[in-house]
Design a protein around this ligand. Sequence first.
Ligand code: C2E
Ligand code: MG
Ligand code: MG
Length: 687
Amino acid sequence: MTSLNAPEDITCTIELCEAVLSLRGHALGESLGRIARALLESPQGGYFQGDLPETSDLAEEIFHGSAFFGRYAVSGRIGGYDYIDRMRLAALARLTARLLQARADADRSARQFEKATEQLLLQTQILDQIHESVITMDLTGFITSWNKGAEKLFGYAATEIIGRNIIFLYENQEDEEDPSQDIFLQQGGREMEVRRRKKSGEIFWASLSLSSLRDNTGQPVGLIGYFMDITERKQAQEKIHHLAYYDALTGLPNRTLFMKLVDQSLVSASRNGSNGALLFIDLNRFKPINDTLGHGVGDQLLQQVAVRFKDALRDDDIMARLGSDEFVVGLFDLNQHYHAGFVAQKLLYAMEHPYLIEGHELRMGASIGISTYAQDGTDSETLLRLADIAMYRAKKCGENDHGSYAFYSQEMNRAALSRLHIETGLRRAIGSNELLLYYQPKINIEDGRIVGAEALVRWQHPERGLVFPSEFIPIAEESRLVVRLGEWVLEAACRQAAAWQRAGLAPMRVAINLSAGEFTVSLPGRVQAALRRHGIDADWLELEITESMLMIGTDDVIAIMEEIAGLGVTLSLDDFGTGYSSLSYLKRFPIHTLKIDRSFIMGIPKDQNDCAIAGAIIGIAKQLQHRVIAEGVENAEQLDFLRNQGCEEIQGYFFSRPVASLEMEKMLREDRRFGVERCPDSVDDLN
Ligand code: C2E
Ligand code: MG
Ligand code: MG
C-alpha cells in the first residue's frame, strides 16, 4: 500500500497537522485544498465538503469509521493522473480523516471536562449555600469534605478538619460506636440525635442523618453526614419536661415524677427482695412564718430546707416537694426497715441550725411519717397515704421541739424508739463508766493452760442491769458511735493488761474485738499510742478482726495490718468461715490465728457438714502456717474432735464463760489448768 513517504510528503504531513491543530472552518478547508494540490502538483482542485466540480480528474473521500469529513479532488495536470497518484491522494485522505477524528475527540473531551468542572463548581456552591452542615468521610471515619455550614456550626475551617477522624467531634469518644460499622448504614441511611463538640468546647445537640457514599460501581466508599443544630428544640423539650415533672421553686421532682420514680424503684425492689420506705415530711409551723413575714421569706425558707435535705440524703434517694411545706423522700437501699428512722433523724438534725433570711433568724422543725415497703404497702399510692397518716402521728408528739418522726406500723415505732434509747444511752455510757470488760480465757488444747483472754464488752445499765454486746454493738456500728466505743475498749484492755503485767503475771494475749468502722489508717497509730501510754509489751495485745474488714480494699488493708503486725501485736481472724475470704488473699494477710466460728463447732460431732468444715479450716490454717482456735466449745465431744483434728487452742463455756476482770486475774494467779484430757468413753476418730 502506498503511503506518504517522499520528503515533500513529510512537508505536507507537517502542514496538514498544523492546519488541523490550528485552523477551523473555511481557513482549514483552504489549507487542506492547498496541501492536496501541492502533493499532486495540480493547478486546480481542493477540499470540498459539498458537491465536487465537474472538472475533477481525481477524487478521494475523507472518512474514519462512520464519520465523513468531505472529499479531496484535483484536476488540470498536464499528462493526467496515474495509479500512484490515486494511492497518494487516498493516503492523504486517510491521514486527514484520522487527524480530524482525533481533533473531534479531543474537542469533545475538553467540552465534557469543562462541563463537569462547571457542574462541580455549581454543586460546591450549592453545598456552601445551604444552612445545614454537610460533611463526607471515608469508610474509616476520616473527614474528606467539610462545607461552609459545617464550618459555621462547628467553628472549624475545612483546612483544619479535613483529614481528621470524625471521632474528634464526639462529646464522649468512648460511648459512641464507629458509624462506619453501623449495619443500618450499610443498608441505607440512618437518622439520629447526637451530642457533638464545637471548636469552642461547647457541646450541642444535633440531628444527624447519615447515608452511604458509593462509587460508580455501587461499592460504598464512605458516608455523607448532614448535621442540624437542634439545641434550641432540645432545650424547649427539656423545659416542657421540667415544667411537667419538677417543682419550680425548689427544682426538686414534683409529685408526678416522684410517683413514677417510686414505682420504678418498687419494681426492682420486688425483683431483688429488698426493703424500702417513704418519708412524708411536713414542716412544723411554716404557715405563721409565711403569713407574718410574707411569701418571699417563705419561699426562700423552702428552698433552703430543700438544699439541706438534699445534702443529708444519698444520691440514690428520691426526693420531691409535694406542694406548700410538704416534702417526700423514697429510700430503696435500706438494709433494715428501721434504718429509715436513722434517715428521718438525719433530716431533723439537718434542719436544726437556724435559717438566716432577709435578716430574720428562723428555726424550723418537721414532722416525718414513715411507711415501709413491703410491710405496710406495695404500691406508691398506698405507701404515700400511710406515710401521711404516720406524719400526723409524729406531729402530735413533736410539734413543740425541733421535730419528730413516727413509723406507720406501731411495731416499727416501738423498735425505733428502743433503738433510739439505746443509742442515746450508749453515748452517755461511754463517758460515764457504765461500760466494763469481761474476759474469756483461751486455752492450750495440750496442757489446759491459759494462753490468752478475749475481752468482751458489757454495759452495766443503771436500770436494766448487764446488757450484752449483741444488743448495742450493731446500733453503735450504725451510728458511728462504735469508734468511740472501740477507743474505750482499747484503752480499758491495755489498762488491764498493764496491771497484770505489773502484777508479775506471765504474759498472755488480751484480745479485743474490732468493728469494721474502726479499721482505718489511723488504727496502727492509736494502738501504738495505747501500748506506750500503758507501758505494755506488744505481745500482751491481740486484735480480733472479721473477714468483712478484709474486703475494704486489699492494698489498704494489707498496709494497715502490716503496720499493726510490725508493732508486734497479733491479728486473729474472728468468726472464720462465715464470710467470703478468698483463700489466695488469706495467704497475703499477716494473720496469726484463724478463729473457727462457733456456728461450726455447735454441730460437732453429729453434723457431718460442721465436722467437715471445722476439719477443713484446721487443715487450711496448718497449710498457711496460721495458729487455729475454736470458739464456743461447750462439751467434751467437741473438745475431742478438735484435738483429733489438730486444733491448737480452744475457748468456750465448757471451760469458762466470760468473767469479770477480778475473776480472770484469780485464774491467772492460780495458773489455772483446765481439763483437756481425752474423755474415757469418746470414740478415737470421730471423723
Ligand atoms: P465474738 O467476738 O465472736 O465473741 C464470742 C461470743 O461468743 C461472746 O459473746 C462470747 O460470750 C460467746 N461465747 C463464747 N463461748 C461460748 C460458748 O461456749 N457458747 C456460747 N453460746 N457462746 C459463747 P458476747 O460477749 O455476747 O459478744 C458477742 C459479740 O459482740 C462478739 O462476738 C463480738 O463480735 C462483739 N463484741 C463483744 N465485745 C466487743 C467489743 O469490745 N468491740 C466490738 N467491736 N465488738 C465486740
Ligand atoms: Mg471475738
Ligand atoms: Mg467470734
